[in-house]
Every structure is written in C-alpha cells, then in structure tokens.
Design a protein around this ligand. Structure first.
Ligand code: ADP
Length: 343
C-alpha cells in the first residue's frame, strides 16, 4: 500500500529531522504540559498509576485521530510518566519481519514502543505483532526448505502504542489486542489559546490576548498547525520590527498566508468549490473527488476531510461527499435547487 502523499499547506508533515529541530522544544514532555484532551488524560493517568502500582507494563494503547493532534506526543508523555524507555517507528518502515524482530528483541522491560500509521502494517508483520502483544514472544524461522524450523524467542513485557488516522482500516484481530483506546478530538479554542501561550513562552514571543484568540480560531483545532502559524506570525512580527504580536499583525499574516477565519487554506476552499462547481454540491465519490483535486484518496480522507466535516462544511454520505448549506453561505456561493432555481 503506497503511503498517502503529504498534503499541501500547514498540515504538511515536515521531515522528522526538521520537525525535531523546530518542534522538539515545543513538544510537551509530561501530562502537565500536554494541554487539552482532558477526559482522555485523566483516564490514562489512572491506568498509568495502577500499572506502576502493580509494577507491570501498561496495557497496549490504541490512539486514533487526525494528523497533528498529538498522538506521537502523547505516546512520549506516557513513556515519561511510566518512567520507561521510548522507541518509535512507523508501519511503512517495517518492511520485512526482521525489521520488527530487530526492534522487539532489543526492547527493555516496560518500554513504550510506538508504531505510527499502524493501519499500514503488512500482514506478515501484523501476525508477528499479535504473538508479541499477547504472549511477549516471537516466532522466528531458522533455516530454509525441509530443515526449516520455528523457534519461539521470549521478549520483554512492553507496551505497544499504535497510532492511526483511520481506525476503519485496522483489522479487528489487531484492535482486539489493545487494552486501552483513546480517540483524539480537535482541540477547543481555550486549549488552543493555552497551547499558543505555552509555545510563545518557550519561543520568547510576546503575544496579546486578542491576537492569541484570533490565531487559535484559525488553526483548525490542531496543535501542529497552531505552532507553525505562531512561527510564521513571529517572522512577520520580526521583519515588521513589532515588539509584540497584536491582532492586526495576526490578521495581516493570516491574509498573506491565505488562511481564512475558519482556518481554511487555499486547498480546502478549492476542494469545496470543486464539489459545488463540478458536481452540483455533491454527492461525489471520494475517488472521483480525489482525482479532480489531484490528490490520493488517502490524503483527501486523512488530511483535508476531517476538519472540513468538523467545521460543518462537508458531509460524508453513503452516496459520496456533499457540501452543506453552511458551506454555500460560507463561500458566498448561491445554492441552486432543482431546475437550477436559486435559493
Ligand atoms: P500526531 O502524532 O497526532 O500527528 P504530534 O504528536 O506530532 O501529532 O503533535 C504535533 C505537534 O503539536 C507536537 O510537536 C507538539 O509540539 C504539539 N502538540 C501536540 N499535542 C499537544 C498538546 N496536547 N499540548 C501542547 N502541544 C501539543
């Protein structure tokens, strides 16, 4: 399965190296710094406390949510709170069973092992993971042909954290092996403001309250987007010689970046306009839409759609994607009824 092409715009994942250098300082390290997602955090703290009390590894953890909401960050926080080692990989990097075996055999006790994009695991690797998750063992074939035999290798009890943007594509045998499931939702404005204030403090930027609120509303409920926007706004402030970031500066920066008041970027608006102009507002199938916008279905579904749906602009129906009446209103496009009548 090919990996989805990275989307254009602010959701575009930077290369791990770039992300590391720029974001490492901003990445929350513990529960106190991990803002928002309150209910999830509270439950997890109880499970962690209980596992620590029993001196056991934490149950395997399944994280579901759109990109940039903090799945990797939370996995790291969990490792920190458990006082455990953290190992990270992603399913597309596990090409052959030996790639997974190489990691499993080097895990120390209670390690938090994070696999991103877990819906992309190859079947042979997934099967190997089942036994590892359930019995802390690994089947390994030595030799070839008639003399080949399987040996069971014990591995240290560990916690697997599997993250996905699309839970629907994860097989039920794999899902059933996770003891804890956490579903991320887009962050509330008040949490986004808190994230901006925290990041601004770390980056040593002065930002006014009204400016932070404006930025928070334009960042599609996503910490990754808000941190990037903050860095861009800081650039504009620096070049303009502004001592602090005020609302006018944020508005100007958002205008230049073509980000509107709902946090939509140029490509989001293009998707909606194409549905209206070429497909009469929908329904249009995901494949057809993806071809029309020059993206893969995966990129459309993983990166663009979740926020458009959350913002009330788009609907997924059994017959395909449809824009909502609010979308017409928002884009200021008159809605046509049957027979071409304008509503
Ligand atoms: P995902 O793995 O879901 O794509 P990440 O964990 O990489 O998302 O998060 C993207 C960035 O957003 C992180 O580098 C971090 O700085 C920031 N971030 C994520 N979650 C939070 C949070 N709850 N509080 C503060 N910052 C966060």
């Amino acid at each position: 399965m090919a990996a989805p092409r990275a989307p254009k715009g602010l959701l575009h994942p930077e290369s791990p190296l770039e992300e590391d250098q720029k974001d490492q300082a901003l990445r929350p390290r513990n529960f106190q710094e991990f803002l928002g997602q309150r209910a999830m955090k509270e439950n997890l703290s109880v499970f962690i406390q209980a596992a620590r009390g029993r001196k056991e590894s934490l149950d395997h953890l399944f994280l579901i949510g759109p990109p940039g909401l903090g799945k990797t960050t939370l996995a790291q926080v969990v490792a920190h709170e458990l006082g455990s080692e953290f190992k990270i990989t992603s399913a597309p990097a596990l090409d052959k069973p030996k790639d997974l075996a190489g990691i499993l055999t080097t895990l120390s006790e209670k390690t938090v092992f994070f696999i991103d994009e877990i819906h992309r695991l190859k079947p042979a690797i997934e099967e190997m993971l089942y036994i590892a998750m359930e019995d802390y063992q690994m089947d390994w074939i030595i030799g070839a042909g008639p003399s080949a035999r399987t040996i069971r290798i014990p591995i240290q009890p560990f916690t697997l954290v599997g993250a996905t943007t699309r839970a629907g594509n994860v097989s039920s045998p794999l899902i059933s092996r996770f003891g804890i499931t956490c579903r991320f939702s887009f962050y509330e404005i008040s949490d986004m403001v808190a994230i901006i204030e925290r990041s601004a403090g770390i980056l040593d930027i002065a930002i006014e309250e009204e400016a932070a609120a404006l930025l928070a509303r334009s960042a599609r409920g996503t910490p990754r987007v808000v941190n990037r926007l903050l860095r861009r706004v800081r650039d504009f402030a620096q070049v303009a010689g502004a001592p602090s970031i005020g609302p006018a500066l944020v508005e100007d920066a958002l205008g230049r970046l073509e980000i509107d008041s709902l946090g939509l970027e140029h490509y989001d608006r293009e998707i909606l306009s194409i549905i209206i102009q070429r497909y009469g507002g929908g329904p249009v199938g995901a494949e057809t839409l993806a071809i029309s916008i020059g993206e893969s279905v995966d990129t459309l579904e993983d990166y663009y759609e979740p926020y458009l749906i959350q913002a009330g602009l788009l609907q997924r129906t059994p017959r395909g994607r449809m824009v909502t009446p609010f979308c017409y209103e928002y884009l200021k496009i008159p809605q046509r009824g049957e027979g071409g009548l304008l509503f």
